[in-house]
Design a protein around this ligand. Sequence first.
Ligand SMILES: O=C1C[C@@](O)(C(=O)O)C[C@@H](O)[C@@H]1O
Length: 227
Amino acid sequence: MDFDGFVLAASTGDLSEESAAREHADALEFRMDLAEDPLAVLDDYSGTLPLLVTNRPRWEGGERADDPDRIDELLEAMAVEAVEAVDVELDALTDDTDHQDATEVLAAARTGDVSTVVSTHDFDGTPPMNELADSLGHVCSLGDVGKLAVTAEHTGEVLDLLRVTYEFSRADERVATMAMGQPGRHSRVVAPLYGSSIGYAPVDPAEATAPGQYDLAQLRTLVDALL
Ligand SMILES: O=C1C[C@@](O)(C(=O)O)C[C@@H](O)[C@@H]1O
């Protein structure tokens, strides 16, 4: 997955949704942390959509305990042929946290020709524009794609996010941005126009992986109408 163009990822903990996703998605984000036995499920995967794997720890809004197995699972997952990209949290790559270190995942991805998405989420709000730019700069310096998800309490907060998205993509950085929550949900449609290269949506709206997501078919229609 090179993320040269916009990639719409159906986000799911259930790979059997691939057949339903295929009509609208370019890839599946396999949320390993939402699956019971993610490696067994990956072994059995026979779908045609390429996979972006994410094993989100609880400290970043996921379901996975942060033990060394979390990192080992990502390393094992990358050996699966359909896995073309891996998501790693920024705070798992910095020395000043006591989270399990995921630096090894980035290194293995590089040798294994797997693309990397380094991500950071703000579940409390949308920081000022200079901080958005700092965060995006940081994740872009580490991953093939730098992902920044914030939480918008007002529609207008999306404007700063769109501005930094636009500036970074114009400077040839690959970015993925979105504002979580209802007031920011239009960012999921508009940010791709300003250079955001990944969108996330559940096949089944009842199984959203973040607040404010459109369902997959709806996001495909809305994004395609603008791009
Ligand atoms: O990081 C992201 C983005 C996301 O949080 C969203 O807001 O759509 C959904 C997650 O599944 C994904 O890993």
